[in-house]
Design a protein around this ligand. Structure first.
Ligand SMILES: [Zn+2]
Length: 235
């Protein structure tokens, strides 16, 4: 893999590939998929692995029960995706035929369009699906909501320890002092520099440094009357 490529969570990969998340975990044990580990032992699947499996899935040899129609369709799809990938109209037609001119989500046959499951993965048969306009709009809204929920979830994992590390104090004494100012700031939530000095019983220059670094980290936001805490801290 190259280091700039997009990484997918197991849940994202499973919905792109149309398999259960447990199948992906099994593939990892069986050595059928390359998974990378990021911080905290979390597993991520590189985009190159998703596209490789999408291609492989499309090329699985026909089973004996496959009808002539299905064999013909498979040959047509293979031809289109091997030789005419850049012919958008033809690709669209091929996917519509494969999906029986029905929206893959609701089954409607009206207002159909071609949808890339993930625009980053490009024109691969497994990445394309027929979808109606209504489902497409609904899907975009729910995807945005998912991303937002994920961000909130990440935000909720911020601990005091993480904040104190991020503030990069010069030594133990400063770390302890920052800890006291942080406690005071969390109690006040919204405050002016003076109020924080009073509440934390700390020298003003140190409180100022604290606020500047917190603001640079995005943990604190400047308001008209002072500052406001922008994060939820778990103990
Ligand atoms: Zn639909």
């Amino acid at each position: 893999m190259n280091f700039s490529e997009k990484l997918y969570k197991i849940g994202e990969a499973s919905s792109l590939l149309g398999v259960h998340p447990n199948t992906i975990r099994r593939w990892e044990r069986e050595g059928k998929i390359k998974i990378v580990r990021i911080g905290g032992g979390h597993r991520r699947i590189p985009a190159s692995e998703i596209t490789r499996l999408m291609r492989k899935e499309a090329q699985i040899s026909p089973v004996s029960s496959e009808t002539d129609y299905e064999k013909g369709l498979r040959a047509f799809l293979d031809f289109v995706f091997t030789h005419c990938k850049n012919d958008h109209e033809l690709v669209k037609r091929a996917i519509f035929v494969r999906d029986g001119y029905r929206c893959r989500i609701c089954g409607s046959s009206e207002d159909l369009a071609l949808k890339e499951k993930d625009p980053g993965l490009g024109i691969i048969e497994g990445n394309l699906m027929t979808i109606c306009r209504k489902c497409s709009e609904f899907k975009e809204v729910s995807e945005k909501k998912e991303i937002l929920e994920e961000k909130i979830e990440e935000q909720e994992k911020i601990t005091r320890k993480k904040i104190l590390n991020d503030l990069s104090p010069s030594g133990i004494a400063q770390r302890v002092a920052f800890g006291e100012i942080l406690s005071a700031a969390l109690v006040l939530n919204k405050f002016s520099l003076k109020e924080l000095v009073v509440q934390s019983k700390s020298p003003e220059p140190l409180v100022r440094t604290f606020c500047e670094r917190m603001e640079a980290l995005g943990y604190l936001q400047k308001t008209e009357s002072g500052y406001e805490i922008k994060i939820k801290v778990v103990e």
